[in-house]
Design a protein around this ligand. Structure first.
Ligand code: FES
Length: 108
């Protein structure tokens, strides 16, 4: 895929609708891209608890709920609601030239 300043094109922006998530693989890493309340997030699809795929989970506002044990993670700060030190991995992203780009080596 195209490379731009360490960012890799992950998805065409037009393919991501509000309230939806898209599971893509970026350089071998499973990434879930989410658009919710007009904001775009890119997270590692693997839950930090036991590695289940968030892509099978559900969204509740700015919270993603893991399908395996219903743990709730805040998309804005990555924190698990019950134990904020446990966080999902968020990637830096940018929207440019009609695409959503992610930078795998930089996590928020
Ligand atoms: S694997 Fe996600 S909550 Fe357990």
């Amino acid at each position: 895929m195209e490379n731009n300043d360490g960012f890799v094109a992950a998805l065409d922006e037009k393919d991501l609708e509000e309230g939806k998530m898209k599971h893509v693989t970026v350089e071998g890493t499973p990434v879930l891209i989410i658009k919710q309340k007009g904001k775009i997030f890119a997270i590692d699809n693997r839950c930090p608890h036991q590695g289940c795929g968030f892509s099978g989970g559900t969204l509740d506002g700015l919270v993603i709920i893991c399908p395996c044990h219903d743990w709730r993670f805040n998309l804005e700060n990555g924190e698990y609601e019950e134990e904020p030190l446990m966080k999902l991995t968020k990637f830096i992203l940018k929207v440019e030239l009609g695409k959503i780009w992610v930078k795998l080596e930089d996590t928020e």
